[in-house]
Write a protein that binds this ligand. Structure first.
Ligand SMILES: Nc1ccn([C@@H]2O[C@H](COP(=O)(O)OP(=O)(O)OP(=O)(O)O)[C@@H](O)[C@H]2O)c(=O)n1
Ligand SMILES: C[C@](O)(CO)[C@H](O)COP(=O)(O)O
Length: 256
């Protein structure tokens, strides 16, 4: 089976003074969370969409889904965890409690605040995870990456040809993900800023899938302005919710 875990368990501190976590703010004509959930709900390869949110926002999330995607049979709302990866592990627990799992079952994890994920990215996540066991969606770094450990003096400037920026989805064979996560120390768990590193720290392979420059994460108020610009762009066909593909890709970074 293929599950999508939409991670909406954060409270959006970096978004500043807003009356609700950023995933519930409106983008275009609907909440960001709904824009994101639709991309997965409308994909026929996905068996169940698990939306994970903070316990205080469970009812609100359920209401929103009922309002915008009424009677959806394969969407469930589950409580998230303290850290992003705890939220992912809550999805894994939900799946284990409700389904008989096999080695080949897959979880596609995705930030609720990346509403511009495309059908192609999701399909390639599924293919790569089936083939390799885990994958991460990335774009080539455009800025030079500078490493500095003490906030003062540069330690390294790695060759940019090997540098990428990680996006989501990040997808995994579920049982392997659980096994790898359980092997990590508490210190490692707290240091993680994504889920692909759970595999990397265990010496397991993670394949890359080509992301998109416009597959942005809405983190700061500026990002919401950019997201609205993408939505408003007359040359983009964002109404094609079924495929999630744009007719004109103004933000393509070139073919691989
Ligand atoms: N315990 C957590 C923390 C984060 N997330 C989700 O992970 C995604 C990426 O995280 P981020 O952009 O950092 O969101 P927040 O944690 O809400 O933001 P901030 O760090 O500014 O508080 C978001 O969709 C967020 O809701 C989650 O599901 N569970
Ligand atoms: C997983 C991620 O979206 C990849 O870019 C990112 O690392 C999440 O970081 P955040 O600090 O939780 O937003």
């Amino acid at each position: 089976m293929i599950f999508a875990a939409i991670l909406a368990g954060g409270v959006g501190n970096r978004m500043g003074e807003v009356d609700k976590p950023k995933q519930f703010l409106t983008l275009g004509d609907k909440p960001i969370l709904i824009q994101t959930v639709e991309k997965f709900y409308l994909n026929s390869r996905i068996d169940e969409v698990i939306v994970l949110c903070h316990k205080y926002w469970l009812n609100h999330t359920k209401d929103l889904i009922e309002d915008y995607i009424p009677n959806a049979e394969n969407i469930v709302v589950v409580e998230g965890g303290e850290l992003r990866n705890d939220t992912i592990m809550n999805a894994v627990k939900y799946i284990e409690d409700n389904h008989e799992l096999s080695e080949d079952d897959i979880i596609i994890t995705h930030d609720s605040v990346r509403p511009f994920v495309t059908h192609r990215i999701i399909m390639e996540n599924i293919e790569k995870t089936q083939e390799v066991g885990a994958c991460d969606t990335v774009i080539p770094a455009t800025d030079t990456i500078v490493v500095c450990h003490d906030g003062n003096i540069i330690s390294d400037i790695p060759n940019r040809n090997y540098m990428y920026q990680g996006q989501t989805p990040q997808s995994f064979k579920i049982l392997k993900l659980k096994e790898c996560f359980n092997k990590l120390s508490d210190e490692d768990k707290r240091s993680l800023s994504d889920a692909a590193k759970i595999f990397v720290l265990n010496g397991e392979e993670v394949a890359i899938v080509k992301g998109e420059v416009f597959n942005i994460k809405i983190t700061y108020p500026y990002d919401l302005k950019v997201a609205n610009t993408i939505i408003d762009d007359a040359k983009l066909n964002i109404s094609d919710a079924e495929t999630g593909e744009y007719k004109v890709n103004l933000y393509d970074f070139g073919e691989e």
